[in-house]
Design a protein. Structure first.
Length: 54
């Protein structure tokens, strides 16, 4: 069963994470405030930044 949260990145109601991705306070904040869609966008951006050549 999915949970609906208000995603602070997308500024709208969206499907929340299935589980806490990281331990501690930052993990709780991601779990409660960042949607699956926003996390997916971040993962794509992160991969691009890691692989970017100067």
């Amino acid at each position: 069963m999915s949970r609906t949260i208000f995603c602070t990145f997308l500024n709208k109601e969206a499907e929340g994470q299935d589980f806490q991705l990281y331990p501690g306070e930052i993990g709780k904040r991601i779990y409660n405030e960042i949607s699956k869609e926003a996390w997916s966008e971040w993962m794509k951006k992160q991969t691009m930044l890691i692989n970017e050549k100067n």
